[in-house]
Design a protein around this ligand. Structure first.
Ligand code: AHG
Ligand code: MN
Ligand code: MN
Length: 337
């Protein structure tokens, strides 16, 4: 018998007491929005959704039409339900409070509406990443500072990958579950529960074109992987780099591996490329819930106290033993640096 996302969430609420009904509604609404985005993605050129929008976001990145479409779909879907106080997005400079005409709830939703923008026009997997926090004080007006909570405070996190299949991956703190979109039924169906990442791996994901800019510990790690059987690791490694974090993380949740988007010396003042609140925190929680690890090289990502909504972070996540090794290499070179 197939289990729908709705049923999964009701069971999480009923028997396990993991989620209040407001959060259940929120997750259903996010899933519905993802269905809408999936539909737009599938239409591609026929729907006029490819190409650049001609604008830039707060990070100075050129926005694609789908970045904006996905952002709008998520906002419209989530505004009126009464479950949210506000939303924050990689594609919006400031937070979007729920308008006065709707009731305000206590949850905060953060998202990267369209991850992997460079892959949209070339028909390669892209996705939506989301994170849910709770407003600490329900009685005050919502402010940006309400969002500045460590990843450990997330109450739900997930992503939807738009690839050969549309797959929604979710955690509410009780392991990781995967749902596949059944297009005939129009619903997400549970296709894997209790996802576990193997502790060891022979597959790494990193943008190798930045190698000359990396810090010594990252170079050492990748260099040893490249030496294969003949090197200190004594085994061959394979490399994969989709350039959509959703797709790379989905592969790791499915068969293991390690993903790195490290700090590099081109812009030493910038912690990395990926964003803590929209990308690193939700993905790190999913990875940890599946038995993996996530670090910035010196600290657990989920423990980082954010100072800014759009802040960046260095990301190393995936199979536990490999992530621990990279962290160890950072510790070993720390005194010299
Ligand atoms: P976004 O499309 O939301 O800006 O994120 C893109 C990110 C991430 O998905 C991916 O891992 C990385 O950027 C790809 O970067 P490269 O261009 O260095 O491959
Ligand atoms: Mn992204
Ligand atoms: Mn994005």
């Amino acid at each position: 018998m197939s289990v729908s996302l709705t049923r999964y969430l009701v069971e999480q609420q009923r028997s396990k007491g993991h989620i209040p009904s407001e959060l259940r509604l929120l997750l259903e609404v996010v899933a519905r929005a993802c269905k809408g985005i999936s539909h737009a993605v599938n239409k591609g050129a026929l729907g006029g959704v490819l190409g650049s929008a001609g604008s830039a976001n707060v990070q100075g990145e050129v926005q694609k039409k789908l970045d904006i479409i996905a952002n709008d779909v998520l906002i419209e879907a989530n505004e009126w339900g009464g479950h949210l106080a506000a939303m924050a997005s990689e594609e919006m400079d400031t937070i979007h409070a729920v308008p006065n005409r709707y009731p305000q709830g206590e949850y905060l939703l953060l998202f990267d509406p369209l991850d992997g923008s460079s892959n949209i026009d070339v028909n390669v997997s892209i996705g939506t990443i989301f994170s849910v926090l709770k407003k600490a004080d329900a009685s005050t007006m919502v402010r940006e500072s309400d969002f500045l909570q460590a990843g450990t405070r997330q109450v739900a996190a997930g992503y939807c990958v738009y690839g050969p299949q549309t797959t929604l991956v979710l955690t509410v703190g009780d392991g990781v579950a995967m749902f596949t979109l059944d297009r005939e039924q129009g619903s997400f169906v549970l296709t894997q529960e209790d996802v576990k990442i193997p502790e060891d791996t022979q597959e790494f994901a990193i943008n190798m074109s930045n190698m000359r800019h990396w810090a010594a510990p990252v170079r050492r790690y990748v260099d040893e992987c490249l030496q294969g059987k003949e090197g200190p690791r004594g085994k061959d490694f394979n490399m994969r780099w989709v350039a959509s974090m959703v797709a790379d993380v989905h592969r790791i949740l499915t068969r293991g591996g390690i993903f790195l988007y490290p700090w590099d010396k081109r812009e030493p003042g910038k912690a990395g490329k990926l964003r803590l609140m929209y990308e690193a925190n939700p993905m790190s929680w999913l990875i940890e819930q599946a038995g993996g690890a996530a670090s910035n090289g010196s600290a657990r990502i989920l423990d980082l106290e954010p100072a800014q909504l759009h802040q960046r972070v260095s990301v190393i996540l995936g199979s536990r033993h490999e992530v621990e090794r990279v962290v160890r290499y950072h510790q070993e070179t720390a005194p010299a640096a």
